[in-house]
Structures are given as structure tokens and as C-alpha cells.
Design a protein. Structure first.
Lengths: 250, 305
């Protein structure tokens, strides 16, 4: 009886008709002193062992920076001046988020799948923790999206994924200069008629190297000596300038 | 040329920072103010996180004040004795100020208090200096000599008198100690060296000659800001040494130029310029509080991170 049930279940499972094979131009981003942002080429192919299925093919690529706890504050007018009144702490909002699609997002992805896979910016932030001390916490999340979108930290790049012959796809996503360190989660979704049929996840490692790495580590692990070093540099620079100027005068 | 700052985690134009440092350095050398009250808002404006801007600014002020004070020492326009007395008061005041700051932080709204402090102090000091120096200029224009101040008030009845040869004063140490103390408290709350409060206090409360005031103020600022830098570096990890170096290269050169400009100018002109600058910053801060901001929400780091 049990055996029959298992076999029946196996047949009920959908067969993976299509899969994503992915390549990245780089899976590491090194932040050096002259770091000025980085463009990542994401390319791949749709692997299938069956004929091309029916339905419109869509490809969606997302890159998300490491999540950080942040505070969103709201100003109100009190006694004639504008002051911060309420604040909401939001856990797990990424510092960077980009969505690239092969057609307008609403065409390639249905509402349900968008929510399930947390693809668009609003659905990605839907699940974040907000305290229930403030009545309209959603207004704060909306404000966060607006501010980050204006600053270029949240991007919706529609029609930027090129799909050839229903098989090959590629896109370029530019990481801004103001990057924080960490693993940048990269996801690729294949959709047919707005439904996700396959997905793939990987991470791009963003790391400070060289002098940047050394200074950052020193400031966290030996803050006292880091402070002394900063003061020594300051005093040496002040003295050098003064000595140089008095030489110039004589 | 873009440079990535390791602690601030943003990429900025190196030449912009050198220019800003130079500008503020000139003002620092001319007026004996650290320039923190100007530089910190400018750094916010170019996108440096506020916590990093405040801490790094302290480190940069050490450099430009040190450069400035050496130039003044050569001209013998630093009253080391007065500076030391002010500094003792200042360090006690700074410690009290930090305690007060943390208490207000636990009540919330410390941000607002800092802004209001700025508006009130900058406004009052700027207006007083402006009126006073305008009167002085008018009197010299008319040809009447400025009467030398010879106050024999309460200040001369206090005990513990000390001779301050460079300033030409023979007064009790209590007023300078109190001036240092109250400036220290304010400096800690407002996150600046306190030069823009110290300079007028020395001129109008202690009666020191303007030429000596600048060097003495710079001397005292070095120690207060060095203390602040260490505090920020060890507790908040917010001193960005790359940012500091870029600012101070411009700053130390600017301070040398500023000192030379300052020596050539008349004391009244110097004071009236400082007054105008203080009033301009005050006006900008007041407008920010009074006008409706275009974005009501702001995003920041979680407190204590």
C-alpha cells in the first residue's frame, strides 16, 4: 500500500523540464583604494532535455547586498520647528538591491510568484521585521524604498536581460562605488507565462583588499593604536606643513 | 580621482576633499577656530555618514591646529600659561559634557538639542561680535581712539591671581578656568573643538588682545580634539584615517596661509568676518529647522552600531 502511495507521489511531482546554467564575469569584487564601482556580467543558458515548452520565456536576475539593521525616522512639526518624532527599526533591509528582467516585470512574473520568491523590491521587503509600536510601519518601509531608489541603491532594470533563441541570456549589473562588504546573493529565475519554472542561486563576494583591508581590521582589532596612528599622522602633517612654509619664507 | 574610504565605506572625489580641507584650514589659521562647525555639515552634504564625519573631523582639526599653533609660536602670539589654565578647565568640562550628553541621549532628542545649541550659540555670539566690531571700526574711522578697557570689577577682586605676561593680564585663574569649563561642556555636546565660542569668550570676558587669542585658542583645541579623536576611535570605530589624511593635507597648508592672512588684517576686520561666517552657518541651521523638509523620512544606522 505504502509502496503504491510513494510511486503515485513520485509521478505527481512535476518534471524539471528546464534548468539554469550560469556564468559570472567575476564571483569576487575587490575593493581597493581606487575602487569606483564594478560592472558584473551575468550570463547563462537554459538547459533542457525536452522540446521547448509552450509559454512566454522570461529571465529575471537579482543581486542583493548583505542585510543590515537600520532606523527610519520621521520628522514632524513641533512648536514651529521640524524634529524627528517617531522611528522604526527595520531588520534585514539589504544595502543594495537590483532586479534585471527580460521584459517588464509584471509581464514576466505573476503576483503570487513575485511574493513567494520575494523578487521585486516591495515584496523583498515585505517580510522584514518591523515592531508593532508604530501604527503605520508600512509607511516607513515605503519611505525606505523611496530614499534608496532615489539614491540608486535599489534598482529595477526592466528589459535589460537579453535572451537569444529562447536559450542564451545575458545582462550587466553595475555595482555602485559605495559598497559594503559581504556576500551579495545573486538569483536567477526562469519563468513561463509569469510562473517560476527554474531558479539558481549563487553569491558574489565583495571584500576590501590591501590597504583598505589592513586599515579596517586595525580600526576594529586595535582601536587604541589606530587612534594613536591617526593622531601621529595628523601631528606629523601639521609639523611638516609648518616647517615647509617657514623654509619657503627664508 | 575617486577614492574609496575604508571606514566610511563610500567612494568620494579626492580633489574635492583636498579643496574642502584647504578652505577650512585657511579659516582655522585666520580666526583660531578649528573649523569643525563648518566642515562637519559640509561632510554630511557630500555623503559621509554623520558618525564618521564628526569623529574624523576631530582628527583633522588636530592637524590644522597643530600646523597653525607652530606658526603662532614662531610669532610669539601664544599665551602658553593662559592656554594651560583654559585647557585644565576644558578637559574637566569635556568630561562633564560627555556625561550630560549620554544622559540626554537616554532621554532621546539629543539630535535636536545639538542643533538648537548650534543655532542659539552661533546666533548670539555672531550678533554680539558683529555689533561690537562694527562699532570699533566706526570709531577708528572717526579718528577717536578706542578707549583701553580698564575694568576694575568683580573679576579683579577674585583670589589666586596669576600674571599672564603674553596677554598682558594680571587676573585670577578662576575666570579662565570657568571659561574653559563651560566651553568644554559645550564642545562635548556639540561635537566641535569649541574655538568659535572660546575666541569671543577670551576677547570679551577675559579681555585678552585679539592677536594672542587666536594662537592660544588653537593651542587648547589641539588637546581637546586629540582627546575626542581617541574617544571616537576606541568606542565607535568611526575615525576614517584615509578621509582624515585627505582633509588634513589641504588643511595644514590652508592653516599656514590663513595665519599669514590673519597677521596682515586688522583685528576688527578679522572679528567682523568671523562674525559674518558664524551668522551665516546659524542662519542655514535655523532654516533647516523652520522650513518643511522635502523628505520627511530619513534612514540611519541603528543606535549603538
Amino acid at each position: 500500500m505504502l509502496r503504491w502511495l510513494l510511486i503515485a507521489l513520485l509521478f505527481a511531482l512535476p518534471v524539471r523540464a528546464e534548468e539554469v546554467v550560469l556564468g559570472l564575469s567575476q564571483d569576487e569584487v575587490a575593493i581597493t583604494t581606487s575602487f569606483d564601482g564594478s560592472e558584473i556580467l551575468i550570463f547563462g543558458a537554459v538547459k533542457r532535455e525536452t522540446p521547448i515548452p509552450e509559454g512566454e520565456l522570461g529571465v529575471i536576475v537579482t543581486i542583493a547586498g548583505p542585510p543590515e539593521p537600520i532606523t527610519v525616522r520621521r520628522k514632524e512639526r513641533r512648536f514651529g520647528i521640524w524634529v524627528n518624532t517617531d522611528a522604526v527599526e527595520i531588520d534585514g533591509a539589504p544595502s543594495f538591491y537590483a532586479v534585471a528582467t527580460s521584459s517588464p516585470l509584471d509581464d514576466v512574473l505573476g503576483v503570487r510568484d513575485n511574493l513567494e520568491h520575494k523578487v521585486s523590491v516591495p515584496s523583498m521587503l515585505r517580510g522584514v521585521e518591523t515592531p508593532n509600536t508604530v501604527l503605520d510601519a508600512s509607511a516607513y518601509v515605503t519611505a525606505l524604498i523611496r530614499i534608496n531608489t532615489d539614491a540608486g541603491a535599489y534598482q529595477l532594470l526592466e528589459d535589460t536581460v537579453v535572451v537569444d533563441e529562447d536559450t542564451l541570456f545575458r545582462t550587466r549589473i553595475r555595482l555602485p562605488a559605495a559598497l559594503t562588504e559581504g556576500a551579495y546573493e545573486t538569483r536567477i529565475f526562469l519563468t513561463r507565462d509569469g510562473q517560476v519554472v527554474a531558479s539558481y542561486e549563487t553569491a558574489i563576494d565583495v571584500r576590501k583588499v590591501g590597504l583598505e583591508r589592513w586599515l579596517f581590521t586595525l580600526s576594529r582589532e586595535n582601536p587604541f593604536w589606530y587612534g594613536i596612528m591617526s593622531l601621529a599622522i595628523a601631528i606629523a602633517a601639521g609639523w611638516t606643513a609648518s616647517a615647509a612654509f617657514s623654509l619657503l619664507r627664508n | 580621482m575617486q577614492i574609496y574610504l575604508p571606514i566610511a565605506e563610500v567612494s568620494v572625489n579626492a580633489f574635492l576633499l583636498l579643496g574642502l580641507g584647504g578652505m577650512v584650514g585657511i579659516l582655522s589659521g585666520m580666526f583660531g577656530v578649528g573649523g569643525g562647525f563648518l566642515m562637519t555639515p559640509l561632510l554630511f552634504f557630500i555623503g559621509i555618514p554623520p558618525a564618521v564625519a564628526v569623529a574624523t573631523e576631530a582628527n583633522q582639526i588636530v592637524a590644522s591646529s597643530f600646523s597653525g599653533v607652530l606658526a603662532h609660536l614662531r610669532r610669539k602670539t601664544v599665551d602658553l600659561r593662559m592656554g594651560t589654565v583654559l585647557l585644565i578647565g576644558g578637559l574637566i568640562g569635556a568630561a562633564l559634557g560627555v556625561l550630560l550628553f549620554n544622559y540626554l541621549k537616554s532621554l532621546g532628542q539629543v539630535d535636536l538639542l545639538v542643533r538648537l545649541c548650534y543655532v542659539v550659540f552661533l546666533g548670539v555670539i555672531g550678533a554680539l561680535m558683529f555689533v561690537e566690531s562694527l562699532n570699533a571700526i566706526r570709531k577708528t574711522a572717526k579718528g577717536t581712539a578706542i578707549p583701553t578697557r580698564k575694568k576694575h570689577g568683580l573679576i579683579h577682586k577674585l583670589p589666586f591671581k596669576m600674571r599672564f605676561r603674553v596677554s598682558g593680564l594680571y587676573i585670577s585663574v578662576i575666570p579662565p578656568l570657568l571659561v574653559g569649563l563651560s566651553v568644554g561642556v559645550l564642545a562635548a555636546i556639540m561635537g566641535v573643538g569649541g574655538g568659535f565660542i572660546m575666541v569671543p569668550a577670551m576677547i570679551y570676558l577675559l579681555g585678552m588682545p585679539t592677536k594672542v587669542v587666536v594662537g592660544t585658542s588653537l593651542f587648547q583645541i589641539i588637546f581637546v580634539t586629540a582627546f575626542t579623536t581617541m574617544l571616537h576611535a576606541t568606542t565607535n570605530y568611526t575615525v576614517d584615517v584615509v578621509l582624515a589624511v585627505l582633509l588634513l593635507v589641504g588643511g595644514v597648508i590652508g592653516a599656514q596661509i590663513g595665519t599669514r592672512i590673519g597677521v596682515r588684517m586688522k583685528a576688527e576686520q578679522l572679528r567682523i568676518l568671523l562674525a559674518l561666517m558664524v551668522l551665516a552657518v546659524c542662519g542655514k541651521l535655523a532654516l533647516d529647522l523652520l522650513l518643511m523638509p522635502s523628505e520627511l523620512y530619513s534612514v540611519g544606522a541603528v543606535e549603538g552600531h
